[in-house]
Design a protein around this ligand. Structure first.
Ligand code: GAL
Length: 420
């Protein structure tokens, strides 16, 4: 925030001050300075519905500013992140972009690409609005660099109820052994590939869930902070279990995004898919209602979390407009407009569960009582470099199915990327 704008707002009352500080941005950025380019990968279905909800709130809160959609399609930012990296490198940042709380955010902070917005947190009263654990995932050396929009859960299995009923699967599997038995049953009923999966990062998610089942929450978290050995026997067991799970999946997996795999479930060509809870919103947006959901078998009460947050990049053309966007993202109304459509739960602790669809109500309850572990596929647990190495190791495994090579590649990625 510039000195000039601070001086100007000193003359107005408190309410006006808040809106002027956030929304009155004259950043001197020239003809386009009222455009706020928001860079995400939310281009379709439930993701777009969530973004649209946030934008409608932004339009109300930030009159005079214009939302500019900078979305680049591709689940988990598979395409967006490389476009973003090259724009940041060329000094052409969007006005704001989505970044996952945790290790991924640290990449941008370490590279000096985003601004410290701690002062906004104080002005907007955000420190008290978010859970302390999340605040600590956003804080580096006492400074905060982004505003979280939500909490997503990664370790959820989505199902086609009709397919399960036809196969005679009447209860949700609670362990990996029960999961294999249910998959066998569905296959015996004529569904060739009962577990739908897509390419690399979706396989990494599935594998992370298997690791949680076999290692438990604490040892799983230790994989990302150096306290659990990737060469251990429980990791080998997990790779073997994962290999077995792949035998139930569609053979074209490496060519599919998460939405393509989801379609297999909707079309009754598969019974189950492990995916983050953006799938709830996407199934709703696509009008598919006959779905069930369960925590990945064996994960018990572990909640594998990730959080989308928005940042103010260094050199953003319309910093004032971005501040207004960030204020909306962090506001109770903004979080409601976004999360009721996105499948996630609000990061704020003051949300009213009754305002949310049924799935999110259950996720809100779980978030409070469950043991939390971070996701690597979605940037909470591991840096982008580590995530890239894990994705390519999983990609290679999908073709070669070589257990020892996968374990070696994952152990070597951990050796390279674990923060000392
Ligand atoms: C995640 C992101 C979610 C959702 C998902 C699928 O990385 O945090 O909000 O968009 O990718 O694209």
């Amino acid at each position: 925030m510039s000195f000039t704008r601070r001086a100007a707002v000193a003359f107005v009352g408190v309410a006006a001050l808040l809106s002027a500080a956030a929304c009155g941005g004259d950043d001197g950025g020239g003809a386009d300075s009222k455009n706020v380019e928001v860079f995400t990968w939310w281009s379709d279905g439930g993701e777009k519905a969530g973004l649209d909800g946030l934008v409608s709130r932004f339009n109300t809160d930030c009159a005079g500013q214009t939302f500019q959609n900078g979305a680049v399609a591709g689940g988990a930012g598979a395409n967006a992140k490389s476009v973003l990296a090259s724009r940041l490198q060329q000094g052409d940042p969007p006005d704001t972009f989505q970044a996952h709380a945790g290790a991924e955010l640290l990449d941008y902070i370490d590279a000096g690409q985003i601004e410290d917005i701690s002062a906004n947190y104080d002005t907007w009263g955000l420190k008290a609005a978010f859970p302390p654990g999340l605040i600590s995932n956003l804080t580096v050396d006492g400074k905060i660099y982004s505003v979280p929009a939500n909490i997503h859960r990664a370790n959820v299995v989505w199902s086609n109820k009709k397919v399960l009923a036809e196969a005679g699967v009447t209860t949700d599997p609670k362990t990996l052994v029960e999961f294999f038995a249910a998959l066998d049953k569905v296959r015996a009923a004529g569904v060739k590939a009962p577990l739908a999966v897509g390419k690399d990062w979706t396989q990494l998610m599935l594998f992370e869930s298997v690791l949680i089942s076999n290692l438990g929450a604490e040892k799983f978290t230790g994989l990302w902070n150096g306290s659990t050995d990737w060469n251990g026997a429980d990791v080998t067991t997990s790779i073997n279990d994962f290999k077995r799970l792949l035998t139930y999946t569609n053979s074209d997996r490496d060519a599919l995004d998460w939405t393509d795999a989801e379609k297999l479930v909707m079309d009754g060509k598969a019974a189950y898919q492990l995916m983050g809870d953006w799938e709830a919103a996407d199934l709703d947006a696509k009008g598919f209602t006959d779905y069930g959901y369960l925590t990945f078998p064996g994960n018990g009460s572990t909640f594998q979390w990730l959080a989308d947050s928005f940042v103010l990049p260094k050199g953003a053309k319309n910093a004032g407009g971005t501040e207004c966007w960030l204020k909306t993202v962090g506001s109770a109304e903004g979080q409601k407009a976004f999360n009721t459509k996105k499948g996630s739960i609000p990061a704020r602790t003051d949300a009213v569960p009754a305002d949310y669809p049924k799935y999110q109500q259950s996720a809100m309850a779980d978030w409070k009582s469950a043991t939390q572990v971070p996701s690597c596929a979605h940037g909470a647990a591991c840096s982008q470099g580590w995530q890239g190495a894990a994705n390519s190791a999983l990609g290679a495994f999908s073709t070669k199915q070589d257990v020892a090579s996968l374990q070696k590649a994952l152990a070597s990625a951990a050796g390279q990327f674990t923060k000392k």
